[in-house]
Design a protein around this ligand. Structure first.
Ligand code: FE2
Ligand code: FE2
Length: 185
């Protein structure tokens, strides 16, 4: 049986690649190398669309409610903590976007927000993978797992559309070549 958490783990892998790219952009900016503002804006779009709307949307709209129904605590519990971290992530993303808005981009501000975002999201993914998902695999009944996986597919279709998913994968791939020198595929 495929666990619903597997789909979310797979998305975490994609988000982590995005964070590697973001980290590489940040270190280039910090060392005085030129990074195109459009590339920074494209990464913001990736995190907004794929990490937040698609992935956090699945967690908040479907996965966490199913967990709560199965007895996992929300307020003062692991779900509440994960929700808080999603909110913090959105605020970092908003700051990154604002930093690029002026006539000249405020790259110091971008770097600060991007570093906070990367640290937050990496730790968040680690907590979900290591603590919340194993708990979910034990707690969610088999039929609930199945209906969650179906719900995830619907969510993806409704929120992203097939094309957007494809485009973001291509974007990631392009940036892997451009920003991750050890990447060969
Ligand atoms: Fe999450
Ligand atoms: Fe997640």
């Amino acid at each position: 049986m495929k666990y619903a958490s597997q789909d979310l783990r797979d998305e975490h892998d994609g988000i982590l690649v995005g964070l590697d790219i973001l980290d590489s952009m940040v270190s280039r900016v910090k060392s005085g190398h030129k990074v195109e503002i459009d590339d920074l804006a494209d990464m913001i779009r990736f995190f907004r669309t794929f990490a937040d709307q698609c992935h956090h949307g699945k967690e908040e709209g479907l996965f966490f409610p199913a967990l709560e129904q199965s007895g996992v605590a929300n307020a003062k519990g692991p779900i509440g903590q994960m929700l808080l971290e999603h909110t913090q992530g959105r605020s970092h993303i908003a700051k990154m976007a604002e930093s690029l808005k002026g006539q000249t981009a405020d790259l110091d501000r971008f770097v600060e927000a991007a570093e906070s975002y990367s640290i937050l999201l990496r730790a968040h993914i680690q907590k979900e993978n290591k603590i919340l998902f194993p708990l979910a695999d034990q707690s969610l009944a088999k039929d609930l797992q199945k209906s969650l996986l179906e719900g995830f597919e619907d969510h993806e279709r409704n929120v992203m559309g097939e094309n957007v998913h494809e485009q973001l994968h291509e974007l990631l791939h392009k940036f892997q070549h451009k920003y991750l020198p050890d990447f060969h595929r």
